[in-house]
Ligand binder design. Structure first.
Ligand code: SF4
Length: 413
């Protein structure tokens, strides 16, 4: 895989050693079991895959190069580069400014953006309307484009589906930049609708089968379907694509439900005409990170720590996966770990940070750790070392080869 130039302070020698050793032992990336790090009375199960994905590294490389090469100019980011507060703060400190926040609210008026300015398109892309607006101002949009190729793959698939006469169902959050960008492209060729989750898809399936009156579609999916969407015509041929950071297993469940619904309505022999297989659009990083996180569930950890931005969709899904078994502490960085053994962590339901005292308890302690696709490895390293410090482990005496074991090695010993 391509090597990207990203700032040194996002890297970690410690994490890099672990990743390199795992890649050496498992070059085809098929072993999703966690790495076991054994310290004095502390066992850390570290997910096999976590941290910066291809798209994020690509976006970071372009953004930092742009800053370097355009000192003194006005450089804007259309919206948060990636959903990580530390990365975005660092970019802001270097003079970059965000035009929109992650809720799509305007921070800088379009009128203030001039032809000679630079506007960087983030990894999750931009809607066609926004691209058009920037081009009309005379900005060189393509030059500072960091849209991830895996997001573009989804856009291309949506267009192809439309050309083949299929309606596009997008599994995503209607107000997320990536879903807006996908929707804006899909609607050119296809009637399109966004579904948030399997529950909304169950409602859609009932509408397809006539168990819910068709008019209800327009109420339930208000603001999430394309102009001119005709329930009588446009729910008979369907292909599913997703916002790449959604739970892959949920996208698959949504696809399977639509497939079985159309099979029930039109018969198995006619299914290929009514349902398009789109499994190939799932992003490799989302898949790998989620599969590796699922493997953490097989460990005997006492609890889990997930590190990442609180507004990061992919990180939130890792929390949801691990919550099936563990008490999870979702933190943005090591500053949330307090010297007195407490932790300030984010509750995804109330969307507030809460304090839990003495969350580590006494040694021996076993914990599972992972991070989102937009979290720098240096942050993961700091979290691990801070945890060890609070648990009175003398990190200066750690010898890498003595603490590191894959699950396979551990079982063989
Ligand atoms: S999560 Fe996947 S689609 Fe999204 S930026 Fe990373 S590699 Fe690209």
């Amino acid at each position: 895989m391509k090597k990207f130039e990203i700032p040194e302070y996002f890297k970690s020698g410690f994490i890099n050693k672990i990743k390199e050793k795992r890649n050496l032992l498992d070059p085809r990336r098929k072993d999703f079991s966690p790495t076991r790090l054994n310290f004095d009375g502390v066992t850390i199960y570290l997910a096999r895959h976590f941290g910066f994905c291809f798209g994020v590294q690509n976006a970071i490389e372009i953004a930092y190069k742009t800053i370097e090469q355009n000192k003194g100019g006005n450089i804007y980011l259309l919206s948060e580069m990636i959903h990580n507060p530390l990365v975005n703060k660092d970019l802001e400190e270097r003079g970059l400014r965000f035009i929109l926040n992650s809720r799509g609210e305007q921070l800088i008026e379009w009128g203030k953006i001039k032809k000679e300015d630079i506007v960087i398109i983030p990894a999750f892309g931009a809607s066609l309307e926004t691209v058009e607006l920037l081009k009309n101002k005379g900005l060189a949009v393509e030059r500072y484009e960091t849209t991830c190729p895996f997001v573009e793959k989804v856009w291309n698939k949506a267009v192809l589906l439309g050309e083949r006469g299929f309606t596009v169902v997008i599994h995503g959050k209607a107000n997320h930049e990536e879903t807006k960008a996908t929707f804006s492209r899909a609607v050119i060729k296809a009637p399109s609708v966004v579904v948030r989750d399997i529950w909304e898809t169950k409602t859609l399936a009932k509408i397809i089968l006539g168990e819910i009156p068709p008019q209800k579609f327009y109420e339930i999916f208000k603001g999430k379907y394309s102009e001119g969407f005709d329930v009588g015509k446009h729910l008979s041929k369907i292909g599913v694509v997703n916002q790449t950071t959604m739970l892959a297993e949920e996208t698959q469940a949504i696809s399977a439900l639509i497939k079985s619904t159309l099979e029930l309505k039109y018969g198995k022999e006619n299914l290929p005409e009514h349902f398009a297989d789109t499994r190939d659009t799932l992003c490799y990083a989302t898949n790998d990170n989620q599969n590796a996180t699922a493997k953490l569930l097989e460990s005997d950890a006492d609890f889990g720590i997930v590190i990442g931005g609180y507004n990061s969709s992919n990180t939130t899904h890792l929390v949801e996966l691990l919550e099936k078994k563990f008490k999870i502490f979702f933190i943005s960085d090591d500053s949330k770990l307090l010297d007195n053994g407490g932790v300030l962590h984010f509750d995804v339901k109330t969307r507030k940070e809460v304090l839990t005292k003495n969350f580590l308890g006494k040694k021996p302690v076993k914990l599972a750790i992972t991070s989102g696709a937009s979290c720098p490895d240096s942050v993961v390293e700091k979290v691990i070392f801070k945890l060890l410090k609070v648990l009175n482990v003398d990190v200066s005496r750690i010898k890498f080869d003595e603490i590191f074991k894959t699950e396979k090695e551990f079982r063989q010993n």
